[in-house]
Each structure stands twice: as C-alpha cells, then as structure tokens.
Design a binder for this molecule. Sequence first.
Ligand code: ZN
Ligand code: ZN
Ligand code: ZN
Ligand code: ZN
Ligand code: ZN
Ligand code: ZN
Length: 374
Amino acid sequence: MSEEPTVSLVDVLEEDEELEEEASAVLGGSDSDHCSYPQGYVKRQALYACNTCTPKGGEAAGVCLACSYKCHEGHDLFELYTKRNFRCDCGNRKFAGLQCKLFPEKEDGNSLNKYSHNFFGVYCTCSRPYPDPDDQVEDEMIQCVVCEDWLHGRHLGCAVPDCVELQEMICDSCMNRNAVLRTYADHLAAPVQVKEETEAEEPKTKLPRKEEKDDDLTQPSLKRSCEEAEPSCKLKEMQTTGQKRVQSGAAFWPSGWRSKLCSCSTCEESLSGAGVSFLLDESDTVLAYESKGRNTEPTPQGRDPLMSALDRLNRVQQLDIIHGYNDMKSELKDFLQRFAEEGKVVTSDDIRQFFEQQQSRKRRRVDVEAFYCA
Ligand SMILES: [Zn+2]
Ligand SMILES: [Zn+2]
Ligand SMILES: [Zn+2]
Ligand SMILES: [Zn+2]
Ligand SMILES: [Zn+2]
Ligand SMILES: [Zn+2]
C-alpha cells in the first residue's frame, strides 16, 4: 500500500551493533586491564586455563581475563567462559616459571577455588575437548549452573528445549546430588517441549526477569515469617502437592526460577550445606553477569569497538554465541556486498529477511542437535 521503506547502512550497522554488544557482554563483565586477584574471590568472571603454563598432569589453575591477555599472550589457552567465586591464580606457585605482570604479589594458592577437568581442556561427562577433532556430530555445549561444567546436548539425559540460552540447566549428576532439586523440577522446571521450526525466537532483550508474574506457583514472599510459620516453606508445600516427573536427566529451568525457590531458614541452611546457596541469588546467573557487562564500558578507549570485539572474539574457541556472531558478521558483510555490487538499495524487508534466515539457520542447527537420549 505504501512505498517500501528503505534502510540506510547506518540502520544495518546499528542492528549489527546490538549483536556485537550481545557478544562482548560475555566478556564485558570482566576487566581486561587489571588482574582481578585484589578483588578476592570474584562472584563471576571470565576465566582461562593455560595449557602452556599449567598443562595436564600438574595442578589445575585458572587466570583472569586481563592476565590471559597480558601474562599469557601467545600461550595455548582454554576458554572457560565464566565461573563463580574464583580468585586468579596467575603466577602463583602453580606456575613454575611465570610471574604475573599485573599483580605479582600473590599468596601461594587460593584454597576456595574449585577446579574441574575443564581446566585441562576437557568437558562434559564424556571428558572430550571442544571443539572435538574426533567428533563430527555438531552439538551444542551447555553449561550446568551448579558444577559449571559444559555438557554436550546429547549427553544430558533429557531433551534440549528451545531457547536454551534463556534457560538455566542443571546436569544430571548435580540433580542427583541435591535431592530437593528434583522436587523443584517437578514444579518449576521447563516442561519438555517438541521443537517447532517456524516459531520465531524470542528477542533476547525482552527477557522476562524478576518482575514476571508467575501463573500458578506464586506465593507471597514470606521470608520474614518463614522461621516460625512452618507452612510457609514453599518446598514443603511442593513436596506435598503436585505431580512427580522424570527423576533422571538434566533439568532446564525457565528464567526467574531461582526466585521461586524457598528461602526459609531451613531451606537456606540445607542449600548452603550442599554448597548451592548461590541458587537463591538471582544476580549469580550468567544473564545477570552479561547484562552487567552490557551496562559498563567494555571496550578499550580509542579503538574501534568492532575491531576490539573481534580481537576478543578471535581468542574464544568454546563459545557458541561468538561462533554464531562471527558467522553472522561475515554473512552480513557478504549480504551487503551483493547489494553494493548490484547498485541496489537495501530495504528493511531485505534486512528482515536476512535476520530471519539467520534465525532459522540457527534454529535448524539447534533442532539437529536436540534429541532424546536414553
Ligand atoms: Zn589475574
Ligand atoms: Zn601461560
Ligand atoms: Zn597475570
Ligand atoms: Zn559429552
Ligand atoms: Zn552439574
Ligand atoms: Zn523452606
């Protein structure tokens, strides 16, 4: 009915910048210039393990983002994405020949750090590297929010739902270690869904967060009176009502699920005894960390933010989001190139089509990866 609106290159780049922001948010919550050691055990930060300095066979160690750049330049680094409650090890006694350039005055060790096989470059219950040269199956790695290991979608023991990036996953062995989580899963975890290729993906920016009202499970927050009033234990209520579901496999949790866990003193104590009290803390999530990154100034001064984002991206091997981002980046360039060559104007429809293609490509990839496993 009306003329098709045209889109300037600026519009395209703005759209692109949003994606870029998305990608740099992953590292943006971490400081790329200063060793994080003086901050102690950081609530959540990007971490690396150095295969050159602390190879397999020795003691595991992890270094902060800034140290990965400044002290381990050119070394063989494993990208660990983010982990919670970790203090930088760079240059401590685990590093035979290396002194930290940023904060050399470190004590011997960081006794509260938790290490896993990730620090030696292997992941999942199958203990394989990622990417895995001997594995041709394209599969998504998903991080367990409890043990923080990365698992193959096909090794979770459950179907991988749509929009996994919006959900938190707890792996089978962590579920088994914490029996109450099965009860919570019966009531809160995402119902296993059948995938639908056509359904549009939810835009990331519209994440329902805290303020989201829950449909059937909302209880008034009774933290104060919990101690004296037994029935206000949300867990007890859940234990006495409702359906039992699958008792094995990993669980996927919708956003906002942490706020529905009971935080009465008994529950708090037992979660803390099991070392998982962080589940009561919504700011512990990767999403919270990433949005912190988005709100701060993540790129060094005086550099093209695009180039520094790409610099960073090149270092990252394990991160699907960033792989996807780089793919899209070059595809977007090719796409624009075509228009330039043909002397055509890029319309908003063209752009929409481009992003729709991207989305469906991504969706298809996820579809291929997701299947039930016994
Ligand atoms: Zn450091
Ligand atoms: Zn190193
Ligand atoms: Zn260092
Ligand atoms: Zn695996
Ligand atoms: Zn786990
Ligand atoms: Zn309780």
